[in-house]
Write a protein that binds this ligand. Structure first.
Ligand code: GDP
Length: 609
């Protein structure tokens, strides 16, 4: 039934709409299973994701032994006694959606923003430009006008394909991603313009060219690897093979600087002003938006009780969940805020809402600024002094952006004058080595030895496919030591967090090579799924390590931040659960789309109504 291509190596839930039906499906790569739920498109079933996840987990766990012994195909002839389990899970899922129904925030599709998006999308498809639904700031209006034509044609084509199969009015996943990306860049460019010098060709920049630089599948010419040499050859890339401007993104940035994530908080997100007279409504209408606005009970100078705070906390919890913070973590966060504030005497002119909000904001900033900060450049210099390469290992599931962000980090290191050896230790996924080779060539084209005193700034160390990744990493590190490379970046094969043999292999690679930094790469996009991956990666590294003090994940690379608009909750969940810092944030597909985390910016986006 599924005519859309199934993503091969992802663990998330996907959907496919055909005429009146929507199918949601989930792949389990470990056991080669597909779980599909079909339902009438017009039904907005909020529990489908939960149902499919629960069925997946329960089915997998129930038949795990058989799968391991016979494989998924071996079970085809068998019978499953799963009907009762399924009915129970279905009931549970239905019940859970009912329980949550009254408190659930508006979904993205129901929100005003999504309507705005539909308009944007319509404009980009060549129709007469329409007036923006909401134009809060005049300064943004000019930009917004040009933004309408900024949707890459490639994406539009993909959208068209998808919408041909489905409902035109319903946003496809790609459309939502595209919209979020636009929104991200709109904000980012605005913020960037504020803090940096104005761009001379800003007009041109605003009408962004479509990003055709899609590694891996779009450009046959780029993907012609037939002439490539192996084992660390540092060929330069013929210039016509790629557009350096596109690979670089923002031309006006300062080379080598890792900019902070910037986020412009909305008018709606402005701090609620102190209400001086409780009997009069606040002069600033809608100060905190619908979310907190209705809860402005003044407490005067009495001490805060649980009863005062509970309605506010409930709203905040839902708000956090709607921003993609894992539900359990949202609950814990609100609980800790309540504990902190209970019994506290409030100032006369303070509202419960603003007090709770302030405490939550502080807690969130603290979570995002874990005690151990990772300063890669300083640590690389330290390793240099000891005449050894600084080694970073990247791990994560497939498709999250490991290789792309590894390449961005290489670029940043090179711009800081450090030479990089990329160790191709994903010896598993077809095309993984070639993808890194393409990056190596491009990076060398952007930073040829001539510009670096004859020094080759980036090289690929690879041994093809099927070999032991830990061994290749080890060889690469010793090669880097001998050749005087400053940094070794080890790409590893994507693996699902539940795949015990592959997790053991990763633990071995890390134990044997003792990298300076183990980075977990996770998408901001998937929210709770990323948290699950991270927790399980960490646990698996602990469980499968042979060392007495196992080496765990040191930090996080949070990718695809440009695709989530203000649903930044994954950043909170991931740092909360592991206390590990987010070292890098991926914000797009060019080499410059790398940022460092700015806790305040993330919290501002999170609190935004
Ligand atoms: P890997 O399998 O983990 O190595 O993932 P890849 O590096 O191949 O990336 C998978 C896809 O995600 C590619 O199409 C990348 O261009 C894209 N990607 C990676 N990082 C980002 C990011 O920060 N933003 C966006 N929008 N796309 C990204």
């Amino acid at each position: 039934i599924l005519t859309a291509p199934l993503p091969q190596e992802r663990g998330g839930n996907n959907s496919f709409t055909h005429e009146a039906l929507t199918l949601k499906y989930k792949l389990d790569n470990q056991f080669e299973l597909v779980f599909v739920v079909g339902f009438q498109k017009i039904l907005t079933l909020t529990y489908v994701d939960k149902l499919i996840d629960d069925v997946h987990k329960e089915f997998r766990d129930k038949y795990r032994n058989e799968f391991q012994q016979k494989g998924a195909l071996g079970l085809l002839n068998g019978t499953f006694d799963f009907k009762d389990d399924f009915m129970r899970l279905l009931r549970d899922a239905e019940e859970s959606s009912k329980v949550r129904a009254p408190t659930v925030m508006k979904t993205f599709e129901q929100s005003l923003k999504s309507q705005k998006t539909v308009k944007c999308m319509i404009e980009t498809r060549g129709e007469k430009p329409k007036e923006k639904v909401k134009n809060k700031k005049n300064k943004g209006s000019k930009k917004d006008g040009t933004e309408a034509v900024a949707v890459p044609s490639k994406a539009s084509a993909a959208d068209k394909q998808l919408s041909a199969a489905g409902d035109k009015e319903e946003l496809t996943k790609d459309e939502i991603l595209q919209k979020n990306r636009e929104e991200f860049f709109r904000r980012h460019m605005k913020a960037g313009e504020k803090s940096r010098s104005p761009k001379p060709d800003a007009q041109k920049e605003k009408g962004k060219k479509p990003r055709v630089w899609d590694l891996g599948n779009s450009n046959a010419k780029v993907l012609d690897y037939s002439n490539s040499a192996t084992n660390g050859s540092a060929e330069t890339c013929p210039v016509e093979e790629f557009d350096p401007d596109m690979a670089l993104g923002d031309k006006n940035r300062e080379p080598g600087r890792l900019y902070d994530l910037e986020y412009e908080s909305d008018d709606e997100a402005e701090e609620e002003k102190v209400v001086q007279n409780p009997s009069k409504p606040s002069a600033k209408k809608g100060g905190l938006g619908g979310m907190f606005g209705m809860l402005k009970g003044l407490v005067g100078s009495k001490s805060l009780t649980r009863d005062d705070m509970d309605p506010v906390l409930e709203k905040m919890k839902d708000h956090l969940i709607a921003k993609n913070v894992a539900a359990e973590i949202a609950v814990q966060l609100c609980e800790s805020v309540a504990k902190k504030l209970e019994g506290k005497v409030m100032g006369t002119f303070t509202t419960v809402t603003s007090t709770v909000k302030q405490a939550l904001q502080e807690a969130l900033v603290q979570i995002l600024q874990p005690q151990r900060r990772v300063d890669v450049l300083r640590d690389v210099m330290d390793a240099q002094r000891h005449r050894r390469p600084y080694v970073v290992t990247f791990c994560g599931v497939n498709g999250v952006g490991k290789s792309t962000n590894l390449a961005k980090i290489s670029f940043w290191l090179i711009e800081n004058g450090f030479s990089v050896l990329i160790a191709a230790c994903d010896t598993f996924r077809a095309g993984a080595v070639e993808q890194l080779r393409t990056h190596t060539r491009r990076l060398n084209a952007l930073h040829p030895p001539e510009s670096h005193g004859g020094r080759t700034m980036v090289q690929l160390y690879e041994k093809g496919y099927g070999k032991d990744a830990a061994g290749i990493a080890m060889e690469a590190i010793s090669y880097a030591r001998n050749q005087g490379f400053d940094v070794v970046l080890v790409d590893t094969a994507g693996r699902m967090q539940d795949n015990a043999p592959l997790m053991t292999a990763l633990a071995k690679l890390i134990a044997v090579n003792a990298p300076d930094l183990v980075l977990f790469v996770g998408e901001a996009l998937v929210g709770n799924e990323a948290v699950d991956q991270l927790v399980k990666f960490n646990k698996a590294l602990a469980d499968h390590s042979m060392a007495q003090t196992p080496r765990l994940i040191d930090g996080i690379v949070l990718t695809k931040f440009d695709t989530i608009d203000d649903k930044v909750g994954a950043a909170i969940s991931m740092t909360y659960i592991t206390s590990k810092p987010i070292v890098f944030v991926g914000t797009g597909q060019t080499y410059c789309d790398l940022r460092s985390l700015n806790a305040k910016a993330v919290v501002a986006a999170l609190m935004k109504a």
